[in-house]
Design a protein around this ligand. Structure first.
Ligand SMILES: *[C@@H]1O[C@H](CO)[C@@H](O)[C@H](O)[C@H]1NC(C)=O
Length: 513
């Protein structure tokens, strides 16, 4: 089989970008001792039971019910994978794969239907206790995301993440969850992908609540969300860490932006600005020496705001005290990464984006190349060199923090013979091993996702699962794809072997799982 990464590599002009791709041959490569493997999901995408046993509506329930055909296939998460009832099958799949840990999220409105800690819903507590205990019975470590985009609708009506009171509302939720489950859960992730929450939800229409208040609301959201995250970290640190002994972190979404022409200073600055706006926005306040929003954002948004006649910068900067409060509030760097873009800035970029807006403030133009596409899917362009580059930049810019890859994966349109997903996983794992070889402290890798699920605005049209879910069947049967067998072998052998061909006739549970 020709490894398609070489085609990706050949399509690039700048040779340095091919480094990660070139170093991959057919020699099997070992993962470091102690390296962990997992898979991930999120509550709204899998649980279903949207109004069962006292759960109240979140912003995704509200949005999909108010506009039933907003989602591409006119679907919603009302039933999804029905994990609320099928959780034992979920754990059985974890055992089949032999994974070390499972990342999932809790639903705020299932646990706290009023949004506040005045009432804890016993049925919600029981569901998560069952899920966790079933995993632990088989030595699968639970990794819990507190917030994966499903804000209580009531809090949204009070301004959601633009209302600074949310720092306390979220902190109360976090404290409640730590005290309910922290005796068993030792890996906490406060927030999943803040940039998607804030940019797509508040500065655009591509995620709930679709406010589209460009150039202002996404930055208010960013600051409040970072303060809420920091408060949840401090609460754990001060009230729970000594007795529970766990870790608390944040997971950032990330696109890697590569300069279109590395020898052009403007393009290099454009790519740097794009990286800083996309993920540095949340990494810099927590992981940098100086704290606060990245200087590129402070400069660009300040200058644009002044030129546009605003009385002050649209970016709500952190005070010195707030910078100190947020800095260092993550026990490791949680990274979600899928793909890359090329970036440039020249005269034609001027006025390219609507103003004011996040993208006008970034002031760059970015795009991907058709050559990066593999298979039928348009969703995830295959650029393993970008994964290597972002891991290297994180090592260099933030003093080599421990990194947990909390999501990485590939979408198809369905089907059990998913060669393209296998190519994607292998090429990205090889790029990650290159970064590890050069000193990046990467501890764990999480495949998104264990099974197909509700892919937000794309509904059930984009499939990210190692297991296929049949949505035409009320029993929601899950069937392993070829990639599930390949991932299982990677986990079993702790080795990346490009030549391994699985026997896909029967999936079994190995001894010890
Ligand atoms: C700006 O750069 C883009 C991408 O390289 C190029 O297509 C375009 O012609 C350039 N425009 C100007 C005005 O230089």
């Amino acid at each position: 089989m020709l490894w398609k990464g070489f085609l990706v590599c050949a399509a690039l002009l700048a040779l340095a970008e091919c480094k990660a791709a070139r170093s991959v041959g057919h020699e099997p490569r070992k993962f470091p001792d102690g390296f962990l493997f997992g898979t991930a999901t999120a509550s709204y995408q899998i649980e279903g039971a949207w109004d069962k046993d006292g759960k109240s509506p979140n912003i995704w329930d509200h949005m999909t019910h108010s506009d039933p055909c907003l989602i591409k296939d006119c679907s919603n998460g009302d039933v999804a994978d029905d994990s609320y009832h099928l959780y034992k099958r979920d754990v059985e799949m974890m055992r089949e794969l032999g994974i070390d840990y499972y990342r999932f999220s809790m639903s705020w409105t299932r646990l706290m239907p009023t949004s506040f800690s005045d009432y804890i819903n016993p049925a919600g507590v029981e569901f998560y206790n069952n899920y966790i205990n079933e995993m632990m019975k088989y030595n699968i470590t639970p990794m819990v995301t507190l917030y994966h985009w499903d804000l209580p609708q009531k809090l949204q009506e009070m301004g959601g993440w633009t209302n600074p009171n949310i720092v306390d509302w979220y902190a109360d939720y976090a404290r409640t969850v730590y005290s309910l489950f922290g005796d068993r859960v030792k890996f906490w992730i406060t927030m999943n992908e803040p940039n998607i929450v804030c940019y797509n939800g508040y500065g655009d229409t591509s995620m709930a609540p679709r406010l589209n208040l460009k150039g202002v609301a996404e930055y208010l959201c960013a600051k409040n969300l970072l303060m809420a995250h920091a408060k949840a970290w401090h609460i754990y640190d001060e009230e729970f860490r000594s007795t529970q002994g766990g870790t608390v972190s944040i997971t950032l979404s990330s696109t890697w932006f590569e300069p279109e022409d590395k020898n052009n200073e403007d393009h290099v600055q454009a790519a740097e600005d794009s990286n800083q706006f996309d993920w540095g926005q949340y990494a810099h306040p927590i992981f940098s020496e100086s704290g606060g929003f990245p200087p590129e954002m402070v400069k660009n948004i300040g200058a644009k705001s002044a030129a546009q006649g605003f009385a002050r910068s649209r970016l709500p900067e952190f005070t010195e005290e707030e910078k100190a409060y947020v800095r260092g509030t993550s026990d490791y760097f949680g990274l979600n990464h899928y793909s890359s873009k090329l970036a440039y800035r020249n005269e034609s970029a001027y006025g390219y984006h609507e103003a004011p807006s996040f993208f006008d403030d970034t002031d760059t133009v970015s795009y991907n190349l058709e050559e990066w596409k593999i298979g039928e899917s348009d969703f995830v362009k295959v650029t393993p060199w970008g994964f290597y580059n972002i891991l290297t930049k994180i090592r260099k810019d933030y003093n080599n923090p421990s990194v947990y890859i909390t999501e990485n994966g590939f979408a198809t349109l369905g089907g059990l013979e998913d060669e393209d997903r296998i190519t994607y996983y292998r090429s990205y794992l090889a790029a990650m091993l290159d970064a590890i070889d050069e000193g990046s402290d990467i501890k764990a890798y999480t495949a998104w996702s264990i099974m197909d699920n509700f892919e937000w605005m794309q509904g059930y049209t984009e499939r990210f699962g190692l297991y296929e879910v049949d949505y035409s069947d009320p029993a929601r049967p899950r069937t392993p794809r070829k990639s599930a067998f390949v991932y299982k072998e990677i986990v079993r052998t702790r080795t990346l072997d490009f030549d391994y061909e699985p026997d896909t006739t029967v999936m079994t549970i190995d001894e010890g799982h």
